[in-house]
Design a protein around this ligand. Structure first.
Ligand code: GLU
Length: 555
């Protein structure tokens, strides 16, 4: 071993001893004993801000890859907290809580109660030693070197590259300290000069690297020649270096990450090889996109412009987790919708999820379509499920409504049952925050006449119809008897219950049965559109119905 190089490495890594070798790490974190074909995936968020839909999209892909068709696959959580300045307090807890609320659980990694698993620590700031061990090996093998260039020098090089129309970065003739004499480097460090540790690339961009991505398929790109930074001046690794060390020693089999990392993939390929580590499979996921309402063009979702981009939106509005997951599954895997129509009641976990079926180009998030999916999911829930979903949401977000719902549970469940069951249940709301305005007429303190009475019915007729109806309404009437009474009123006042005849010759009548029933509907519910009127009147109870009809008759 070159003594000078050893001296340099001792100066750079005073925290390491001779026993701190890559081999010792290989023993500490051995290959996992998993069944053939089982996969290890990880979510590796930086705790720097609010979670967005893209994080959940990626986490769901990771989770499904690890757990589909395998009972010992591992999905782990690694916290990439190397950027201490940008770290947001409580972000880790929030990540775990939010994903848990969507039913995404980790098998291993960072948790609310510390780390779980034997491949940790799972927070990068606690892994400094491991990065240093691998970096020292690269240094001693001539694949890393200290660089003392100041910000100013790098800026000047950037300008010069711009003028000369050359590629940006630290490479070839621009890599000033690449071949610095070891003695000189030692002297500079002893002199207290600040430095970063750079990778020494051996790549030749005139040659191509072939790469197989699980989603994108076969890729081919020029070899890397950038001497990118491995360790920053404070000894903290860059993402590029940290992910190689972590994914190797956590024995990740499938790295699922956003396609924004494709541009630096050539760096990573060369680095994985230089470290002597076998590369895992890579799945570069498409970004979540949307159609811009103003321009009509496809664009990346933005936290700033699109409220639906942040996960908080789904909690605030009260979308069931099941709806969000169901919709993301349709975005993630092309065959999901077809599978769902053949497997209506199955859990999404039974779907044979495959990375290779993930969309290659941007996944289009369409809020209207998502709302439809969610309406459908809620429509097929039982009244009990809807009641507990809406109560859970209201307890956090609308205390007054929560008190109203829980004051009489069976009453709330009775009105939530209307239109439920059967093949074509009503699709009234997409999220829990929409429930209150939909059911407000069940509560006197929320009830108002929101919509106008039908214009086709004169004030005189309206009053007469309502007064008549109050005297014949019987809450024990079944649907048929109930309807017959409305029909009678129609005939009596010159409206018709024969919709065909009405359509053919509307001028022959004052109006139709729709107008008459809407007079009653508006009186009782305050609106012209509602679930089955006969059923909802039964739930409201005779007293309330009569009281509302009488007060509408007096208007
Ligand atoms: N911390 C990186 C990010 O949030 C992780 C990328 C990866 O999954 O490798 O983008």
């Amino acid at each position: 071993m070159d003594n000078k190089l050893l001296q340099l490495s001792n100066l750079i890594f005073p925290d390491l001893t001779e026993q701190d070798t890559v081999e010792s790490l290989e023993q500490l974190f051995p290959e996992r004993c998993l069944k053939e074909g089982s996969k290890v995936t990880r979510m590796a968020p930086s705790p720097t801000g609010s979670m967005h839909i893209g994080n959940l999209y990626g986490a769901l892909a990771d989770e499904r890859i690890a757990h589909t068709q395998s009972d010992d696959g591992v999905f782990l959580l690694r916290i990439e907290d190397t950027d201490e300045k940008r770290e947001v307090e409580g972000a880790v807890e929030k990540i775990i809580k939010y994903l848990g609320a969507f039913g995404i659980e980790f098998d291993e990694g960072a948790s609310q109660d510390g780390d779980i698993g034997s491949y940790g620590p799972y927070r990068q700031r606690q892994r400094a030693k491991y990065y240093h061990i691998v970096a020292r090996k690269l240094l001693l093998e001539g694949r890393a070197y200290p660089c003392f260039c100041s910000e100013e020098e790098l800026k000047q090089a950037h300008q010069a590259q711009e003028e000369a129309k050359e590629n940006f970065g630290y490479y070839g003739k621009w890599a000033k300290h690449r071949d610095m004499d070891v003695d000189k480097a030692i002297a500079k460090i002893q002199n207290g000069e600040s430095f970063v540790l750079r990778f020494k690339s051996m790549g030749d961009p005139s040659k191509k690297v072939d790469f197989k991505d699980q989603i994108k398929g076969k890729l081919s790109f020029p070899e890397n020649d950038q001497d990118f930074v491995l360790l920053k001046s404070d000894g903290i690794p860059t993402y590029h270096f940290a992910h190689v060390v972590d994914d190797h020693f956590m024995r990740t089999t499938d790295v699922v990450r956003g396609e924004e990392w494709l541009s630096t993939l050539p760096w990573h390929v060369e680095l994985w090889r230089a470290c002597g580590f076998k590369m895992p499979r890579f799945c570069h996921t498409a970004q979540v996109m949307k159609l811009d309402e103003q321009t009509g063009t496809k664009r990346k979702m933005s936290k700033r412009k699109d409220p639906e981009c942040t996960l908080g939106f789904y909690f605030e509005k009260g979308y069931p987790a099941k709806s969000v997951i169901e919709y993301l599954m349709t975005l993630l895997n092309s065959g999901f919708e077809q599978w769902r129509s053949a497997n209506k009641d199955a859990s999404y976990k039974d779907f044979p999820f495959k990375a290779s079926n993930m969309g290659n180009s941007g996944a289009m998030f369409d809020l209207a379509k998502f709302n439809d999916v969610s309406k459908n999911i809620i429509a097929f829930m039982t009244a009990d499920e809807v009641y507990s979903g809406v109560c859970e949401w209201a307890e956090e977000n609308d205390k007054e409504f929560y008190r109203m719902l829980t004051a009489d549970e069976s009453y709330a469940k009775a009105f939530l049952s209307i239109g439920r069951g059967g093949k074509k249940p009503r699709k009234d709301f997409a999220c829990w925050s929409e429930v209150k305005s939909f059911v407000s007429y069940y509560y006197d303190n929320l009830f108002t006449i929101e919509e106008a009475f039908p214009e086709t019915v004169s004030l005189q007729d309206r009053k007469a119809i309502l007064a008549d109806y109050a005297s014949i309404y019987d809450e024990n009437d079944d649907n048929n008897a109930w309807f017959e009474k409305i029909k009678e009123l129609c005939d009596k006042y010159g409206y018709t219950s024969d919709m065909k005849a009405y359509k053919e010759n509307p001028d022959a009548f004052k109006g139709s049965i729709t107008d008459v029933s809407n007079v009653i509907r508006v009186a009782v519910t305050g609106r012209t559109n509602s679930p089955d009127l006969c059923s909802l009147m039964k739930v409201l109870g005779k007293d309330k119905v009569i009281e509302r009809i009488n007060s509408a008759a007096a208007l």
